[in-house]
Design a protein around this ligand. Structure first.
Ligand code: BGC
Length: 886
């Protein structure tokens, strides 16, 4: 576009959010302008309390007037730029509704038209600000397979309202409806937090769902994370046995009057509804014969429905909207049907995905149809479910089957990872492909990255990494979505976070999870092994470090200093923890006190008598890894302090880093440059975290690392902590050739092996979770949807593709493709907060004599192109086409 236009307006990283918990939200936009040198030279934000006022230029909330400069990010509400008082922003209060838009002046001083209007709403702020009470059923949820209660409340309105907001929360997971319509598309409301400390209060605009006369709010409440099975010890009720929900409907009438309907003792409930049981691990049992027609609509007589209980709920703080909810994102139709045994129908969706099925079933009256799920098929073509461990993941549907018409079943209170759906049972007519689909669920996050190159397997790898990310980003970043685990494992997120931020906009998602981490930080500063914490352990190297690495990565990828500010203390406390477990020199003592996971799943770890890898006994010493991470986090904290202008802290953390790095070298590095344990991972952390700087030692270590790779037949031996460093370290120290050789290796162990040998459509927990030669691996840990090894994605974007941040938030972009292997072209793009950057490179003439590069630099940014063997070239915003000799 050859003019300047503000687009992509967000408030606190969210599109048109309701229920914000801050009164000074930050407003951001980006500029669309394809011209060379495009930039914003000034902007004006205007805001009003209604869309109408905004249109008629009655800016009753804010008018910044013209503000000089190119900033488009994080303008905090109320910042009045020293303008005259009449232009100051009105302070925001709970329930304020703000409509806003932006005008921008381009590089030539020409103003843009107004952009599209965005909006946000503030509050409520929790307890003192709402009057609703927690309600629930009388049945303690202390055993499995209890029916899901349904709640209802009827009320009258004198007219259709002009505005209605429904504020809800739950200890459990709830589905709300108004007059028979879903109140929102959201699933598993209100998500997963440490309910002992904090629970979200979710806000929805429900204006169109209400009318004059009788209206009804309905709700169903399942156990979810609060009371259902959660963890691999077979435990449930981690947070309590009394599930509860809370709702406050606030209505504005045409005459300006207001009405409020709240959860209280007048609500009624029944446990006689169709959802006979529901659990994340176990699945859902739905009895269509018990469907209560019209239960959440006017005119229904709630005969036999009971008065709700008012469960005592401990003091839990409410929080507002921090990240987007989980919603259905796509529907994958079944591609193939097989019948491996009579009456056993197996449907292949063609993609390992996470969510629920959508089934259209024709069953016999009162007959039951059973759905089992699998990521893989057994040799006999039936569902392979052993790797789900105790998560039985079976849904059952009991048919009414009254008139022969198809009945639709889509469970609401469970999910799992699967590619195959196996149906058996009392069919009147066997199901066809057209009757079966998978509904993909995950936290809403805009896709920001794309990648394609001449190597189709690399493209499949990129796709697999993306599918494993979305399949595991359901309110928290989980390790896997299928077995009796699905926990927010910190180590996995720590290694994957940068890749995640290339693939999708995860700024709000990681802000939410950082709070989860902080909520369960231990008194000694240790971050937990998984957050929210239901395991009780913490302080493990490469795992708890997520509490420092993730917010720092968010800053690098999105330039968000506020996140650093908010979490600064808690991040610094992680260093206190390390300090508490190291000796006077700064070496972390591994005296059996802390059982580290170490280089989890390393290929070179010993095996037990059955040949199963002893993951925690990988040969890279744990105290080495822990000390390396301690130094790394001290270094990050010095950078954080610098970014925040905390000079004394910066000096303190930098000195700490020097001390720990020196101690590391003394303890773990020989004069000749050998690293204790002599493993690939040992050299990778030493080089990758910059723990040696003497060029001679670096060169010797690189030689040794290369030897350790070559002598294993050009193969990796690393685990979760080492693998992500392989390609970046090899490239940084001049061995991109080896990095490509590892990437494109086709035999076990490698990124390509599961794709070539196992038709993988997601990342696997183990390179050989399945192999055509040996079949399935050890079932105790065999997830086919585990993103940790997908952490190579950041290198794919940065080195194969060639896009990296040169300054935090991509204010300056580094295009630094390093072509290699047999890849002859690559096309990569990234929607940064400033706009979309892209690069396409192509080796010319097929003889690798030259390279053509086409780049797009977003407005308001600059870039540098760094090609191997060429001097860096500075670039302004706009499109550039360049050719170079190789
Ligand atoms: C998870 C891993 C995790 C590990 C901790 C496993 O059960 O699936 O991804 O990192 O535990 O060592």
């Amino acid at each position: 576009m050859n003019c300047c236009k503000p687009i992509g307006l967000v408030t606190e990283f969210l599109k048109n959010p309701l229920g914000l918990e801050t009164t000074s939200p930050r407003l951001s936009w980006r500029i669309e302008d394809a011209r060379k040198g495009a930039r914003q030279t000034a902007y004006r934000i205007v805001a009003a309390s209604s869309a109408g006022k905004l249109e008629s230029e009655e800016y009753d909330l804010w008018d910044t007037g013209r503000v000089e400069g190119d900033n488009t990010l994080d303008v905090a509400w109320g910042k009045n730029f020293g303008l005259d008082k009449r232009r100051a922003a009105r302070p925001l209060r709970s329930r304020d509704c703000v409509f806003w838009r932006v005008m921008a002046w381009d590089k030539d001083g020409k103003p843009s038209p107004w952009c599209e209007t965005a909006r946000f709403e503030i509050g409520p702020f929790g307890k003192g600000d709402i009057t609703a009470s927690w309600i629930g059923s009388d049945t303690p949820r202390d055993k499995p397979d209890l029916p899901v209660p349904m709640f209802r409340k009827a009320f009258r309105l004198a007219a259709a309202p002009v505005k209605a907001r429904l504020y809800v929360s739950a200890l459990g997971i709830a589905d709300f409806s108004l007059n028979g319509h879903p109140a929102a598309e959201d699933r598993f409301t209100p998500g997963w937090t440490d309910y002992r400390k904090r629970v979200p209060l979710v806000a929805w605009d429900v204006t169109p769902l209400l009318h004059e006369g009788e209206n009804v709010i309905g709700a169903m409440l399942a156990d979810g994370w609060y009371a259902g099975f959660l963890d691999y010890h077979g435990k449930r009720n981690h947070y309590g046995t009394r599930t509860a929900l809370l709702a406050q409907l606030e209505v504005e009438m045409p005459d300006g009057s207001r009405e409020t309907v709240v959860t209280d003792a007048t609500w009624r409930y029944t446990e006689g509804g169709p959802v006979r049981s529901a659990d994340f691990y176990r699945g859902e049992a739905f009895d269509a014969r018990r469907t209560v027609c019209g239960w959440d609509a006017p005119g229904f007589i709630a005969r036999g429905w009971r008065r709700v209980a008012l469960p005592p709920v401990a003091d839990i703080a409410f929080c507002g909207r921090i990240c987007e909810p989980i919603r259905p994102q796509a529907v994958l139709p079944a591609l193939r049907r097989t019948e491996p045994a009579p009456g056993r129908y197996v449907f292949d969706l063609g993609q390992n995905m996470v969510g629920v099925p959508r089934l259209s079933l024709r069953g016999k009256p009162g007959g039951t149809i059973t759905a089992r799920y699998a990521e893989m098929l057994d040799a006999d073509g039936t569902a392979y479910t052993a790797n789900y461990r105790s998560a039985k993941s079976i849904d059952t549907f009991t048919c009414r089957g009254a008139d022969g018409a198809p009945e639709v079943f889509e469970p609401r209170f469970t999910f799992r990872g699967f590619r195959y759906i196996e149906l058996t049972g009392d069919f009147a007519t066997p199901p066809e492909c057209a009757d079966v689909a998978g509904v993909v669920l995950h936290t809403s996050m805009a896709q920001t990255g794309s990648f394609e190159c001449s190597d189709t397997i690399a493209n499949r790898l990129w796709s697999n990494i993306n599918w494993s990310q979305i399949g595991n980003f359901l309110d928290v970043p989980t390790d896997c979505p299928q077995r009796d685990e699905r926990l927010g494992w910190t180590g996995d997120a720590q290694v994957f976070v940068r890749t995640a931020a290339f693939n999708r906009d995860v700024a709000a998602f990681f802000e939410k999870w950082q709070r989860d981490l902080a909520d369960c930080q231990f008194p000694d500063g240790a971050f937990p092994d998984a957050a929210p914490d239901v395991l009780g352990g913490g302080g493990r190297c490469g795992y708890g470090d997520a509490g420092v690495v993730c917010p720092w990565t968010m800053y690098l990828m999105y330039g968000d200093k506020d996140m650093l500010r908010r979490h600064y203390k808690s991040m610094a406390r992680w260093l206190d923890f390390w300090q508490g477990v190291c000796n006077a020199h700064g070496v972390v003592r591994y005296d059996g006190g802390i059982w580290h996971f170490g280089d989890w799943c390393a290929v070179d770890c010993p095996v037990d008598e059955n040949g199963n890898p002893l993951c925690n006994m990988a040969p890279t010493p744990s105290d080495l890894l822990a000390t390396a991470y301690y130094a790394r986090c001290a270094g990050i904290m010095a950078e954080v302090a610098r970014a925040l202008g905390k000079k004394a802290d910066e000096r303190r953390f930098a000195a700490l880093r020097r001390k720990v790095a020196a101690a590391y070298r003394r303890e773990f590095v020989t004069d000749g440059g050998r690293v204790a344990g002599d493993t690939q991972t040992g050299y990778l952390v030493t080089l990758g975290f910059g723990l040696v700087d003497d060029p001679g030692t670096v060169a010797r270590m690189m030689d040794r690392l290369a030897f350790l790779i070559e002598s294993r037949g050009y193969s990796l031996t690393t685990g979760f902590l080492g693998t992500p460093l392989l390609c970046p370290v090899l490239t940084r120290f001049g061995r991109a050739d080896l990095a490509y050789r590892l990437l494109q290796r086709r035999e076990y162990p490698s990124w390509y092996f599961p794709i070539i040998d196992g038709d993988a459509t997601t990342m696997w927990e183990r390179w050989n979770g399945y192999s055509s030669k040996h079949g399935f691996g050890d079932v105790s840990m065999n997830s086919f949807n585990h993103y940790a090894y997908g952490a190579v994605g950041e290198w794919v974007y940065e080195t194969v593709g060639g896009i990296a941040p040169a300054e935090p938030g991509f204010r300056k972009i580094r295009f630094m493709p390093v072509p290699g292997g047999d890849i002859t072209w690559a096309r990569t793009s990234l929607t940064t907060r400033h706009g979309t950057a892209s690069i396409e490179w192509r080796l010319a003439g097929g003889k690798k004599v030259g390279i053509e590069v086409t780049l797009v630099v977003p407005p308001n940014t600059t870039a540098v192109l760094e090609l191997p063997g060429h001097a860096p070239r500075d670039l302004s915003s706009g499109r550039h086409r360049l050719c170079f000799k190789m």
